[in-house]
Write a protein that binds this ligand. Structure first.
Ligand SMILES: NC(=O)c1ccc[n+]([C@@H]2O[C@H](COP(=O)([O-])OP(=O)(O)OC[C@H]3O[C@@H](n4cnc5c(N)ncnc54)[C@H](O)[C@@H]3O)[C@@H](O)[C@H]2O)c1
Length: 280
């Protein structure tokens, strides 16, 4: 593995690109506009600065890691990539378009990783000429601070692809827990329901946002409450994910809280927009 392709330069794409660049991989980061890429370049520099500051006692971090990242709006730049991680918005139609295009461009041996919250890997793999090379990695946020990830085996994913992914993760100081394909996998099947129910509790005025989170932190010993977690993930991503679970399982327990929809309509997306359940 030499060249890593990263598609989508939002919260997750920035983190994934940085993590691979830090371990000296050559990274090509793709997004739809130059403006988004310029913004992501600044944000990746900030991630790098913070990483060096917070982890300075653990040993030196390559100060020029961010130079290993090239920025592009052209998917064809991934023609020679060995390992591709897709992180665009959690929308089946948008992802479908990207994979159909990607399937015509990439090498037949390239491994393709879907970084998704809830969409099944089998569905995405079926769009590709080589579905045996497609697998899921559910990276956690912030990527460089969460070394353990879920690795998802789709119906067509080969053992060799899973092994390659685990080795590649190991090479950037990360480790994977392999699970079978199902909407939301393990983590988000449980987490999204918790977050959505916490939003219902807020909407029903059972408690204010701070108290809901304090109950999780002080009574359960969690490091973050569900509403703070939602703000970190992005409320639009939470809404997309809950909608995917709702449609995938045809189960009303995943119906999105009206307050969640209203906040997304209002542009209150959490940390990335400066306001969600809390102000930043
Ligand atoms: N935010 C999280 O905590 C988190 C955690 C794990 C997984 N995920 C998953 O990772 C993926 C990305 O989430 P995010 O939070 O980074 O979203 P985001 O909204 O921060 O970023 C998405 C990026 O994709 C870009 N994009 C949209 N369409 C594109 C296209 N056709 N080609 C190239 N780029 C395109 C957008 O311009 C944007 O920069 C989603 O599938 C999400 O479910 C998110």
């Amino acid at each position: 593995m030499k060249k890593i392709g990263v598609i989508g330069a939002g919260i997750m794409g920035q983190g994934v690109a940085y993590q691979f660049a830090k371990f000296d991989y050559e990274v090509c980061l793709i997004d739809i506009s130059q403006e988004v890429l310029d913004d992501s370049k600044n944000k990746i520099r900030n991630i790098s600065r913070l990483d060096m500051l917070v982890n300075r006692e653990k040993g030196p971090i390559n100060p020029t890691a961010t130079d290993n990242i090239r920025y592009s709006t052209d998917l064809r730049d991934l023609a020679d990539a060995d390992f591709i991680v897709e992180n665009i918005i959690e929308n089946v139609d948008a992802k479908t378009k990207v994979y159909q295009e990607l399937s015509e461009i990439i090498q037949t041996t390239a491994k393709v990783v879907v970084n998704t919250s809830c969409i099944t890997i089998t569905r995405i793999g079926s769009l590709m000429k080589h579905p045996e090379n497609v697998l899921g990695i559910h990276f956690m946020n912030p990527v460089h601070m969460r070394p353990t990830v879920e690795v998802i085996r789709g119906v067509y994913t080969s053992d060799e692809s899973i092994e390659t992914a685990l080795k590649t993760l190991e090479s950037v100081n990360m480790n994977g827990i392999v699970v079978n394909d199902s909407p939301g996998f393990v983590s988000n099947r449980v987490l999204m329901l918790t977050v959505n129910e916490a939003i219902f509790a807020l909407q029903d005025r059972v408690a204010d946002a701070e108290s809901i989170d304090r109950i999780h932190k002080e009574c359960f010993g969690h490091t973050m409450g569900p509403l703070e977690t939602a703000d970190l993930i992005g409320l639009d991503t939470i809404l997309y994910s809950v909608e995917v679970l709702y449609h995938s399982f045809n189960d009303s327990k995943y119906r999105p809280a009206p307050l969640l929809k209203q906040m997304v309509d209002a542009g209150k997306l959490g940390r990335k927009s400066g306001e969600g359940f809390f102000k930043y």
